[in-house]
Write a protein that binds this ligand. Structure first.
Ligand code: BJW
Ligand code: ZN
Length: 249
């Protein structure tokens, strides 16, 4: 019987247009906690107290302490073999776009250039007043809160909180990539958070081959053509090895 991985490899021919849609699970083996499930951030922290605009208005210091800690965790870890395998995959197909819900920047750090960040980037700040976005990888704000160097407005982490709109361009580009791809690959995403979770639905409705790689089944699994079970940092390098093997025979 053909395995799910083999079915996906068959679809990844040289003229495939691939959309990779990644969630927190892609970075789990780098040491970055996921949000849901065992060990997930929402088991220990309440999203309403930390990841909403209301939380920031109520207690910006608490919110900044949490994001400062998470920024430091991202700085202390690196992309894993799964991120690097995806960067390699881009070289074997006609087009590839990574649409990520992750905020850690690890896809880019692993060498991917076409990356759409749906939920922002934790290593950046955004001005609450003028909207200016600045890189601030090392900014840790446990006591004094940061201010914008253009307008002196309050700075916040450049991430998307519950109840907030996603960056318009990222959302449009993500939807377009989902609508136009021939293969849509979901990796390490629970597929519970919208509007990001519309993307696999769009791809499916436009006739794409839908594959999912996850430790366990998700809300998306009943709709996919191939479910690849297991950890991303192991299964993605396996995928590349099979692709390279096929190309050389
Ligand atoms: C592995 C693995 C390994 C582990 N290998 N796999 C329509 C229907 C219902 C609700 C809504 C809707 N539209 C909007 C909503 C409300 C809300 C929403 O979706 N709520 C649902 C939770 C019910 N959405 C919003 O509020 C969004 N905004 C919006 O809609 O604006 C319009 C609007 C404006 C004004 C008023 C009303 C509406 C914004 C959503 C923002 C999400 N933000 C966060 C935090 C980002 C910043 C930060 O980092 O702090 O984004 S929440 C969190 O969830 C984060 C993630 O990107 C996102 C998705 O999580 P993800 O990545 O899937 O991670 P997990 O942990 O859920 O799953 C990990 C998976 O990996 C699991 O499946 C594991 O099994 C797997 N795994 N290890 C492979 N080694
Ligand atoms: Zn400003």
């Amino acid at each position: 019987m053909t395995s799910a991985l083999d079915k996906l490899v068959e679809r990844l021919h040289s003229n495939a247009a691939v959309a990779v849609w990644s969630g927190a699970g892609i970075s789990a083996e780098s040491g970055i906690p996921t949000f849901r499930g065992a060990g997930g951030l929402w088991k220990t922290y309440r999203a309403e107290e930390l990841a909403t605009p209301q939380a920031f208005a109520r207690d910006p210091q608490l919110v900044w302490q949490w994001y400062s800690h998470r920024r430091a965790v991202v700085n202390d870890h690196q992309p894993n073999a799964g991120h690097y395998a995806l960067a390699q995959l881009a070289e074997h197909v006609a087009e590839m776009m990574v649409i990520t819900q992750c905020v850690d920047g690890y896809h880019q750090a692993a060498g991917m250039s076409d990356v759409i960040e749906l939920h922002g980037n934790i290593l950046q700040n955004r001005c609450h007043e003028c909207g200016k976005i600045t890189d601030d990888r090392d900014g840790i704000y446990d006591d004094e809160l940061p201010r914008c160097n253009s307008c002196n407005g309050r700075l916040r982490p450049n991430v998307v909180w519950f109840g907030e709109s996603l960056p318009v361009t990222a959302l449009e580009q993500g939807m377009l990539a989902a609508a136009e791809c021939s293969v849509f690959l979901s990796i390490g995403a629970s597929a519970l958070v919208y509007p990001a979770a519309y993307m696999p639905e769009v791809a499916l409705s436009r006739g794409a081959f839908l594959a999912e790689l996850n430790l366990e089944p998700t809300a998306l699994t009943p709709h996919v053509h191939a479910f690849i079970e297991g950890p991303a940092a192991t299964r993605l390098p396996e995928l590349i090895a099979k692709l390279v093997d096929r190309c050389s025979t």
